[in-house]
Write a new protein. Structure first.
Length: 320
């Protein structure tokens, strides 16, 4: 049986109207045009299954749709058995594309509800399934505004995206409904980058500036720590040495990292801030987000090194 999955890309604004959309990967397209929407959601099937409110939410929005065919599903009974899990799988895959958008620039694009139609000959003769995620992302500064992406920026984001095989969906997480914690356990061989991305996701999910900064600090620790003492100094020094091109720039980065750790310390010890600090926190949060994007995108070999090799690398870098 054939399928179509569709979900809104909340807060994503494209700089032109696209009909069939930009191809992100095989069978995966990003669009904001009316043509695909009409044939997908303006059917008796979708009106009955999803309701007027869900359908109206698609108006004037960018969306991703995925077309394909299930080799293992040939009956409605089989579709009912696997449909919801597959819907979560596709929704998580599209959410993964929002991370690719973050790799391009700071943004607040997120997905919430995803709809899967499994059908034989027509989109109006099938069965429907719905899945929902709770993560709502925000700008690093917590500003409430749409994120405008050009064709060039979308093309940059799609370079890092490929749709995973439906055969590889995680049964334990019900297709992606339940998050796992494998990246937090040493024996499962996740990299520093993998762990850092988890905390970056936490920062993007938070709409409270001090909490964002705390999560960003955790991400830096995943990338740079090799011990349990003088953490804030070690990380501040290492981030500055990797990103600073001139002494003045290095000093600025070092001070920003120390400021971040001061805020983190206040948070974890249950203390409060002065209201006038809020604006400087927004600037700091934006800087931390930018630093992490540059570090993640650069794919430095040192982030795949053991602690001893990392220590040697930074000693050489600091003394050179």
């Amino acid at each position: 049986m054939k399928y179509r999955f569709i979900t809104i890309m909340h807060n994503l604004k494209l700089d032109r109207i696209m009909n069939r959309g930009i191809q992100l990967d095989q069978n995966v397209r990003l669009s904001n045009g009316p043509e695909v929407l009409r044939e997908t959601i303006e059917t008796d099937l979708m009106r009955a299954a999803c309701g007027v409110h869900s359908i109206r939410e698609f108006e004037d929005k960018a969306y991703i749709y995925i077309d394909g065919e299930f080799d293992e599903i040939s009956t409605t009974e089989q579709a009912d058995e696997m449909g919801t899990e597959y819907t979560f799988f596709f929704l998580r895959e599209v959410q993964r594309f929002t991370t690719c958008l973050w790799n391009t620039k700071d943004n607040n694009v997120y997905v919430r509800d995803g709809f899967l139609i499994i059908y034989d000959k027509s989109l109006d003769d099938g069965v429907t399934f719905k899945a929902s995620l709770s993560e709502v992302f925000s700008h690093s500064t917590c500003e409430q505004k749409e994120s405008l992406f050009s064709d060039t920026e979308i093309a940059s984001a799609k370079e890092n995206f490929n749709l995973a095989s439906i055969q590889n969906y995680n049964e334990e997480s019900f297709g992606g409904k339940f998050p796992d914690s494998n990246h937090l356990f040493k024996s499962l061989d996740y990299t520093r980058i993998d762990r850092a991305k988890y905390f970056i996701l936490g920062a993007r999910r938070s709409a409270i500036l001090p909490m964002k900064i705390m999560f960003y600090c955790n991400a830096f620790e995943c990338l740079f720590t090799t011990g349990k003492t003088e953490i804030s100094h070690q990380i501040s020094e290492r981030v500055a040495s990797m990103l600073g091109t001139k002494d003045q720039k290095k000093v600025h980065i070092y001070k920003q990292m120390k400021n971040a750790y001061s805020i983190r310390s206040t948070i974890v010890h249950g203390q409060t801030f002065k209201l006038k600090e809020k604006q400087s926190m927004a600037t700091l949060s934006k800087d931390l987000d930018d630093y992490l994007r540059k570090l993640i995108n650069a794919k430095h070999e040192v982030f795949y090194s053991n602690n001893e090799d990392m220590n040697t690398f930074f000693i050489d870098l600091l003394l050179s």
